[in-house]
Every structure is written in C-alpha cells, then in structure tokens.
Ligand binder design. Structure first.
Ligand code: 2IT
Length: 448
C-alpha cells in the first residue's frame, strides 16, 4: 500500500470512527487509487488526498414543521458541499430517518467522482434530512419542504450549489422546494434545483435517467461480450424511481425484470415487470407513501416473500437498486449460487467492501454504482444547461446525450484500466477516471 494513501486512510478511520459508511467509501475509493497516486508524487506535497476527504463546507440546520393535527416537529437538515473543483456543487437530497452526517458524507464523497465521470461541469455535494416521508400527507410534505428551503436557500444557487432528489425526494418535493426558493428570492432562478416538473424548467428524461442510464451502461458492457438484454432476466431490488426506469428500459430491450423489493420483503414475478400496467403501478406504489412492495404481489398475483431480499432467486443480471449495504457476504453467496455473471450496482454503495472484493474475484463483470447510476446526475447537468439557456431540448436529444454519456463512462473506465495495467476492472477504472479530472482541477486551482 502506498504510504501516503495509508496515512490518509488511517486519519479518516480515526477521525470518522463514528461514521462507518463514510470510512467505507473512502477505503473503497482510496485503495483503488494506488496506481495513479504512485505515478503522481506531487499529490502528496500539496496533500491532495488529505484535502479531497474533507468537505469544502458543511451546513446543518434545524427544520421545524407542523403536522396536520397541529403538532410541531423538529428534524435536522444537512447540506455538505464536498468538492467544487469541477463546477457548482451538485447532488441530491435524501429524506429518510437513517440520515445522519455519516450518510451525507459517504454520498457526497461518491458524488465527486460520479459527477466527474459524467464529463459535465459539476462539483460534488449531498444533503438531506432525517425526516421520514412515510405516511405523510401532501400538506405535511409541503410544510416540511418549505421549512427546509427557508433554512437552505441562502447557501445554494444556480452557480453555487444545485440540489436534486434522492431517496424520499421526487418531483413533488422538488416542486415545493422550488416554489419556496422563488418566493424567498423573488427571482426566476430555476437552475437552482434539478428534477423539476416539465412546466417550470424540468428536463425530458430526468425521471427515467438513472434507470435508463444504468441499462445503457450495462448494454454497453454486454455488447463487448457480444450480448444484449434480449431474453435476459434481471433481478432488481427497490421499487422506486430507479427500479421503475430499469423495468421500462429492460422491457423495451426485450429482457425482463423479475424481482422488486421494499422494506417489507420482495416480490418474484416470473413473467417480468414488463407491461405498461405493471410498470406504471410502481409509480402508484411510490406515491401512496406506504413504502410496501407487497402491494404489487397482491395486485398481480405473484409470489411475495416477507422480510427477505431477492438475491436467492434465479436471474442473469443482478442490479441492486435499493439502499446502501444491502449486499453483504450472505447475499453475495446467494448471487454466486445462482451463477449470476453480471453484478451491476445501481443504488449508491449497495455492497459492503468485503462483499464487493469477493464478488470481483468470482463474477465475470462487477460494475460500480458511481459509474452505473451517473446518468441521473448527468441528465441533471443537462437540465442545468437548458435552464441557463432558457430552452427545452426534445426528448430524443436528451436520450441520445444520455446514451453517449453512459458509453463514454464505460470507455473512460476501461482506458484508465489500460493506462495502469489493471486488466478488466470497471470498479478501479471508474475510481481512477473520476479522480483524475478532479485531481488535475485541484492542482491547477492551487491549495486551499
Ligand atoms: O445519487 C445521485 O446521483 C442523485 N441522487 C442525483 C443527484 C442529482 O443532482 O441529480
């Protein structure tokens, strides 16, 4: 291990011992940067790694809101502006009871390299709240979002920091937050948020972009082996916006998604989530606020397994799309027992580091989430471009740009493997390719 990397890692392990998700991400990324750090001794002199693991700026704020019964509640809000070397800070907001600084930090750190991989001018950030949207009324969600934005608005902006959605934050929440931002600023700065509705500056394909991008990335990988999605079965976890996009695009390409999951368990649909009725039902399940995937099994008469994850089912391609660390060693063994050859991470950091290394040693293709899911933030950056020009590109234009972006991410990751003699390693390739641009920009902008 490179001595400089070892020192920075040790420092992060000590300082962030109470934030295990953040330590996990930093270990995963920094360890794979060894070849490029060995080749660039100048990084150490300016402590480039010691700087990149510290957010440039972090905000935490109080968010008070009233429920429909007149009771007041207090939640915590966060925005961590991690790295602005490549462009305005960019990244989603997560509303989920598990949110604490360690979650925002791991997501923000990943976001730096992911955003770099898109090839577009965006820095890395993340934010959110420990607010639980489950079971809340529209009015409660609106009051929460307005209060959240009232605390945040003075620290963001189209050339400063551009939040978007993540778990628990979709078009409805972005709309409420944009409305409040506009009201407070008295300006039409719609480039301040992405994932907006089409009537006020949203981009075609933003809702689909993460799922579609993940499928385009996978199609590009399959193509190199002379394969495509036709007749392939795909195991997906989660049933949110990302799973929805994957189901739609996989069906279009002649394959089928056979599993979905939620906090309550998983469903197995041997015919696949392929019809328009089934695919659109996912949106209904999400907007119901129940956060239950059993509803799908009840409606379509398929198998539901309570309290389990779907990885014991037969599938050709595994695409975990739910939550961090849902694949540990037990799940990795289930995936191996089914002879899955393509392990494609979609959710941010869905695999423990131990399981990731294990799968990499056993499975033909392992693809990392920061590359696979980059189409989401990539189309967000395209939304920012459209907003700054005050135009709306048509759907075909955006789709074409997304396809090119995903193919290019695969290409750049493999080029990094070639440059550093790493063989076929999409994980290390993505880390190095993403890091390289950020490191160069940081070097050229001087030390701070
Ligand atoms: O994890 C992610 O890349 C996102 N939640 C999307 C971020 C964005 O700014 O569109």
């Amino acid at each position: 291990m490179n001595a400089y990397i070892a020192r920075v890692l040790e420092n992060v392990r000590t300082k962030h011992a109470s934030e295990p998700e953040y330590v996990q991400t930093v270990e995963e990324v920094l360890e794979s940067l060894e070849p490029i750090v060995n080749a660039h001794p100048e990084y150490e002199q300016v402590d480039l790694l010691g700087r990149i693991v510290e957010p440039e700026r972090m905000f935490t704020f109080r968010v008070c809101w009233m429920d429909d019964a007149g009771q007041w509640h207090t939640n915590l809000g966060y925005r961590f502006q991690f790295n602005g070397a490549l462009g305005p800070y960019k990244g989603g907001l997560r509303f989920h009871p598990s949110v604490y600084p360690g979650i925002i930090k791991f997501l923000g750190f990943e976001q730096i390299f992911k955003n770099s991989l898109t090839g577009l001018p965006i820095g890395g950030a993340k934010g959110g709240s420990d607010f639980d949207p489950r079971g809340k009324s529209d009015a409660e969600i609106m009051r929460f979002c307005q209060s959240f934005m009232t605390a945040l608005y003075r620290y963001i902006g189209p050339d400063c920091d551009v939040p978007a959605g993540d778990i628990g934050v979709g078009g409805r929440e972005i709309g409420f937050m944009y409305g409040q931002y506009r009201r407070l600023k008295g300006l039409w700065e719609n480039g301040v948020l992405t994932g907006k509705g089409m009537t006020y500056g949203g981009s075609h394909f933003r809702p689909e972009a993460t799922g579609y991008g993940a499928v385009y990335y996978t199609a590009e990988v399959l193509k190199a082996f002379g394969l495509d999605f036709k007749d392939k079965t795909v195991g997906v976890s989660g049933f949110g916006n990302v799973a929805w996009g994957i189901c739609k695009k996989v069906a279009e390409l002649g394959g089928k998604v056979v599993t979905l999951s939620g906090p309550d368990g998983y469903v197995y649909d041997p015919d696949g989530v392929t019809t328009e009725e089934k695919i659109e039902y996912l949106l209904e399940m999400r907007s119901s606020g129940r956060d239950r995937c059993q509803d799908y099994a009840d409606k379509f008469g398929v198998k539901f397994v309570a309290g389990e994850r779907p990885w014991g089912e037969k599938m050709d391609i595994a695409m975990p799309s739910a939550f961090q660390n849902e694949i540990g060693m037990k799940e990795a063994d289930q995936i191996l027992a089914n002879n899955v050859e393509y392990y494609i991470e979609v959710a941010n950091m869905p695999t423990t580091n131990e399981a990731l290394a294990y799968l990499q040693s056993k499975v033909k293709v392992v693809a990392p989430s920061k590359a696979v899911n980059a189409g989401g933030v990539g189309v967000s950056a395209l939304e920012m471009s459209q907003n700054s020009e005050r135009i709306v590109w048509d759907a075909e234009q955006v789709d074409e740009m997304l396809q090119k972006m995903m193919a290019n991410i695969v290409k750049e990751s493999l080029a990094a493997c070639e440059e550093f003699n790493l063989g076929y390693n999409l994980v290390a390739g993505a880390n190095i390719a993403g890091f390289k641009k950020v490191a160069t920009a940081m070097l050229e902008q001087g030390v701070f």
